[in-house]
Design a protein around this ligand. Sequence first.
Ligand code: IMP
Ligand code: MG
Length: 423
Amino acid sequence: MKVDVLLGLQWGDEGKGKIVDVLTPQYDIIARFQGGPNAGHTLEFDGRKHVLHTIPSGIFREGKLNLIGNGVVIDPVTLQREIGEVEEHGVQVDARMLISRKAHLILPTHRLLDAANEQDKGKDKIGSTLRGIGPTYMDKTGRNGLRVGDIFLPDFKERYDRLVKKHARLLSNFSEFSYDLSEHEPAWFASIERLRQIPVVDSEQWINDQLDAGKRVLAEGAQGTLLDIDFGTYPFVTSSTTTAAGACTGLGVAPTRIGEVIGIFKAYCTRVGSGPFPTELHGDTGEALRKAGHEFGATTGRPRRCGWLDLPALKHACMLNGATQLCMMKADVLDSFEEVQVCTHYEVDGERSDHLPYLLEESLVNPIFEPREGWPGAGQSGSGTELPASLMNYVQEIESLTKTRISIVSMGPDRAQTHEMAS
Ligand code: IMP
Ligand code: MG
């Protein structure tokens, strides 16, 4: 069997949680491969809303296993809280979830370093979620990190102390930043005890064994392609590989074992945090989109920046990921517009281009928009209803541009508001 990968093609918040949840019945295992509690994956069913940060989005489906892969960074405190929330709904998390021994741990000092770094950057800040993601990946590549497997070693505490000492030295460079570690450590060590109860595995071996045994695996991405550490709008990016390649390194599966690559995008664009966003709408229209789409961060509650669909960026993301099918999300949010705009090209140095330039800054890139007929009144519609012709035209234009089939159009947050498109 092969691993199918599901990932975001924009700046995150495309609706991955919903689609993973919708697709889970077709799989045996859902595996997260990168990112950490900076993610916020929202699932809605039976009139309830759940937000997951570290736990894979298959957790609510009976009989499915959920893996937190080696590429993920784990904050045991937020994980413990999340487990508590899921268990309130009658789910026995320890029976459905496994964690990779090689996943890295987020320490309280990683979060402090994140905050100190951002404070120091002032107006140039990344707009990080401040969950300690960047500093944890820095320690991973810097070969200083602590991994989940370390919590079972007799000298775990010494390893922890050694790393914290390093962090304290770094933090002392930020004269404006004050902190009290004793406020954070007791909860962190308590959550490590909880972590010890979750099945921990050599996940690269485990997942390949599962594939050999015929199990179907869906790899669940976090953030989005335009936040990728290499190919995103650097330095305004996250610190992991959010593209399809990340599924290989973040799970230990070979490229030859990747099957479908399912790319998710919204019918418009959003971005939370700083960084370039060529199609951003600054006035009333942006505000209307934010309101209609409830565009506020699921992790931080920050208002998301909103803008029209960016076709050059979408095409680029499909290329980077080798997307084999697409899901278009939140098409219902545009249903108050008689006419919508799409960015078909950029103007860079006075020339028309549909390639992504090195820098996507507003001062260097001028987006060229074209109007398209809207689908006013289409509303949040259930899977049985027919989609308006103008929306079908929008779908077909994107399919022909990206040379990729759109298999799902989502018309609302609920599981039931999902249109599967005939192939
Ligand atoms: P970090 O990953 O928390 O360091 O944040 C780096 C950038 O990525 C910031 O602009 C965040 O707002 C953004 N970001 C991180 N995680 C997500 C996510 O799950 N959805 C959307 N944006 C995210
Ligand atoms: Mg999100």
